[in-house]
Design a protein around this ligand. Structure first.
Ligand SMILES: Nc1ncnc2c1ncn2[C@@H]1O[C@H](COP(=O)(O)OP(=O)(O)OP(=O)(O)O)[C@@H](O)[C@H]1O
Length: 227
C-alpha cells in the first residue's frame, strides 16, 4: 500500500526552483533515504510530502488523499504524519511527556490516553526516565529522543525525518535508525529520511539522490553489514 505519493511535483520560491518535477512513492513498511548536496531540494521534498508546504504544480497524496482537496491539513498532518526536524521545535514550557502528548491532545485524544501513549513512545525511544523534565534540562541527544517519541506517538503511518541524527554520536544515531527501521518493519510505517551519512542511508530500502531539484538517481540498498 502506498502511504505517500508525489506526482511531478515542483516548488518555486520566486526565481528559485527548489524542486523541478519529482515523482516518488513510499509504501507501507518502506524506509527511503533522501540524499544530495546542500540546496538540492531535500527539505523541500520532505515538507511537501508531509503537507507542511504546498507544491507550485503537481500533486501530493497521503494515504490516497490528494492534499489539494483536504480542507483541514493540520488535522491530517497530526493524525497521519510524524515529523522529526533538525530544530526540534520542543515547547520549552512543557515537560518531555507533555511535548509528546500535545499533538495527540490537539487531535482530541483524552489526556490520560495521550499520557499512556506518550510514555510508551518515550520508552520506545529510550527516554522514559526523562519524561518529567523540561527541554532545557536535557542534552541534545535526549531532546532528539523526545522529538522522535513525539513523532512515534499515535502510530502515524508516515514518518518524516530531516537529518534526525544531526550532531548525535554514532551509537545514538544508530539507535535512532534502528527505531525508525523497526517502525517500518513492525508497524508498517513509511519513512522518508534525509541524511548526508551513507552509514545511516544503509538502513534504507531505497536511496533517492536529489540534484538541482530533480531525482538524479534512485536505487535499492541493503547493506546488511552496516547494521
Ligand atoms: N522559503 C524559501 N525561500 C526561498 N528559497 C528557498 C526557500 N526554501 C528553500 N529555498 C531554496 O530552495 C533550494 C532547495 O532548498 P532545500 O532546503 O530544500 O535544500 P536541501 O537539499 O534540503 O539543503 P540542505 O542540505 O542545505 O538542508 C535552495 O536553493 C534554497 O535556497
Amino acid at each position: 500500500m502506498t502511504v505517500v505519493r508525489l506526482r511531478e511535483v515542483t516548488r518555486e520560491h520566486g526565481q528559485v526552483r527548489a524542486l523541478r518535477g519529482v515523482s516518488l512513492e513510499v509504501s507501507a513498511g518502506e524506509l527511503v533515504a533522501v540524499m544530495g548536496p546542500s540546496g538540492s531540494g531535500k527539505s523541500t521534498l520532505l515538507n511537501l510530502a508531509g503537507g507542511l508546504d504546498r507544491p507550485t504544480s503537481g500533486n501530493v497524496e497521503i494515504e490516497g488523499r490528494d492534499l489539494a482537496g483536504v480542507p483541514d491539513l493540520a488535522a491530517l498532518r497530526r493524525r497521519s504524519v510524524g515529523y522529526v526536524f533538525q530544530d526540534l521545535n520542543l515547547i520549552p514550557s512543557l515537560t518531555a511527556a507533555e511535548n509528546v502528548m500535545l499533538p495527540r491532545e490537539l487531535d482530541g485524544v483524552r489526556s490520560r490516553q495521550a499520557r499512556t501513549e506518550a510514555m510508551t513512545a518515550l520508552a520506545e525511544a529510550g527516554a522514559e526516565e526523562i519524561a518529567g523534565r523540561f527541554p532545557e534540562e536535557l542534552s541534545g541527544g535526549q531532546r532528539q529522543r523526545v522529538a522522535i517519541a513525539r513523532a512515534l506517538a499515535g502510530e502515524r503511518r508516515l514518518l518524516l525525518a530531516d537529518e534526525p541524527t544531526g550532531a548525535l554520536d554514532t551509537a545514538t544515531g544508530d539507535e535512532i535508525l534502528r527505531l525508525l527501521r523497526s517502525r517500518c518493519d513492525d508497524a508498517g510505517a513509511a519513512v522518508l529520511l534525509v541524511t548526508h551519512e551513507p552509514r545511516y542511508a544503509a538502513w534504507a530500502d531505497r536511496v533517492v539522490y536529489l540534484r538541482d531539484g530533480l531525482i538524479a538517481e534512485s536505487g535499492s540498498v541493503r547493506l546488511e553489514s552496516a547494521r
